[in-house]
Design a protein around this ligand. Structure first.
Ligand code: PLP
Length: 444
């Protein structure tokens, strides 16, 4: 249906000269009234497009003279509410939601890079992202240098990899799958001294436990499919920014500064100073490539966002009990978690995560590959599936699944052994979780 839209839609990134994004958490009862029903809640605007009052009104919206919705590939009021809430949680001036976390990463790269460019990335990242950087991007003539952040001199190693044509440094706040950490403040300072933006995938921390923008990151990505959703029902991805990166001063991104002939001659950096990145992703990338999020998914993600803090608190509590249990188990050779004092990232954990973190981590079982698979095949409460951060506890054998496109050498360089098992500790009763792990480990 074509929903008749009035003027109650707040200024968004397509209205770059409009008001700043609100950075308050909106609750259902505080939403602006629906123009037709008067209901003060976020309806699901399940519509492709929005009816204009007349041709002049339509022309005003198309020419960015007035805020308003045109087509749900670009903006949708339900998605707009989700974006404003994520922006508030991340301490951002703006956020843009897309179809999945992978789309958020791809659109970030697409907005930062041209053929012939280069990026630098940690190698302790989600296997899908590794694949994209290592293989798919090569076919777009974008080269990636991977850095192993577990080696001494991390920040210097990233710095040594930066070239004239480097357009981003990419890391995960908490690495997938081994939960390794990086000194984000120091890395951000180094990146800025070269005019390169630091992009942080904050999926495993969530803005409840850590806000990368407060530590110098320029862009934050979330796979909303994980903790933000938490129920394993919908995919979604988000990019957030705080408008502080100096696009003009950097000199590496003329398309962010110069007049864009495909969008009314807009200069994203000058005309949308608070949110140039999200504005360009929306106006150009989403317009042209179209991996928009469904408003139904936005609605589902907003429902779960309301319990993010409660769920993450419980995930962290359960994780702490489980890590302590696994540390002493005879069938476990190693637990890779930074909360443990002998973990190389323990000092960073203490500094950056006062409320705890990392309910996704790995263990190495006895019995090599066969031992790990026997364990994963024996769990009963845990689900064996390719996701993390669900309310329910999950398990997977990365070397043969999520990271299976990597070579043996790449796997080992990323800290993934044949005996590595990834656990995602859910919100069930912790005694049940421990009992299930115990019985499955004892099957090895
Ligand atoms: N980032 C991280 C850290 C992930 O673990 C994943 C998926 O597992 C993604 C991004 C991709 O997100 P999505 O599955 O929503 O596309």
């Amino acid at each position: 249906m074509g929903f008749r839209e009035e003027t109650n839609i707040p200024a968004g990134p397509l209205n770059p000269k409009g008001e700043r994004f609100e950075t308050v958490m909106l609750h259902a009862g505080q939403e602006r009234p629906d123009p037709v029903t008067g209901a003060r809640a976020t309806p699901v605007y399940l519509t492709t497009s929005f009816v204009f009052d007349d041709c002049d009104a339509a022309a005003d919206v198309f020419a960015l003279r007035k805020p308003g919705n045109i087509y749900s590939r670009l903006t949708n009021p339900t998605t707009d509410a989700l974006e404003r809430r994520i922006a508030a949680l991340e301490g951002a001036t703006a956020a843009i939601a897309v179809a999945s976390g992978a789309a958020a990463i791809a659109y970030t790269v697409e907005n930062l890079c041209r053929a012939g460019d280069h990026i630098v990335s940690s190698n302790t990242i989600y296997g899908g992202t590794f694949n994209y950087f290592e293989h798919t991007l090569k076919s777009h003539a974008v080269d990636c240098t991977f850095i192993d952040p577990t080696r001494p001199g991390t920040v210097g190693n990233f710095e040594d990899a930066i070239r004239e044509n480097t357009k981003m440094v990419f890391i995960e706040t908490i690495g997938n799958p081994n939960a390794n950490l990086i000194d984000i403040d120091a890395l951000a300072e180094m990146c800025h001294s070269h005019g390169v933006p630091l992009v942080v995938d904050n999926t495993f921390a969530t803005p409840y436990l850590f806000r990368p923008l407060d530590h110098g990151a320029d862009l934050v990505i979330e796979s909303a499919t994980k903790f933000i959703g938490g129920h394993g029902i919908v995919l979604g991805g988000v990019i957030a920014e705080n408008g502080r990166f100096d696009w003009e001063g950097s000199g590496r991104f003329p398309w962010m500064v110069e007049a864009d002939p495909s969008y009314h001659g807009i200069s994203f950096a000058k005309d949308a100073p608070d949110c140039p990145f999200c504005t360009r992703v929306r106006a150009i990338i989403l317009r042209d490539m179209g991996a928009c999020i469904s408003p139904v998914n936005s609605f589902a993600l907003m429902q779960s966002l309301e319990t993010l803090s409660l769920r993450v608190e419980r995930h962290v509590y359960n994780m702490q009990r489980v890590v302590e249990f696994l540390e002493g188990h005879p069938k476990v050779e190693r637990v890779n978690h930074p909360m443990l004092p002998d973990n190389p990232d323990h000092a960073l954990y203490e500094r950056y995560f006062p409320s705890g973190a990392g309910s996704i981590f790995t263990i190495e079982t006895v019995g090599g590959r066969e031992g790990a698979k026997r364990f994963a095949d024996s769990v009963r409460l845990f689900s064996l599936l390719a996701n993390v951060a669900d309310m329910k506890s999950l398990v997977i054998h990365p070397a043969s699944t999520t990271h299976s496109q990597m070579t043996e050498e790449e796997l080992l360089a990323s800290g993934i052994k044949p005996s590595t098992i990834r656990l995602s500790i859910g919100c069930e009763n912790v005694e049940d979780i421990i009992a299930d792990l115990d019985q499955a480990l004892n099957k090895i």
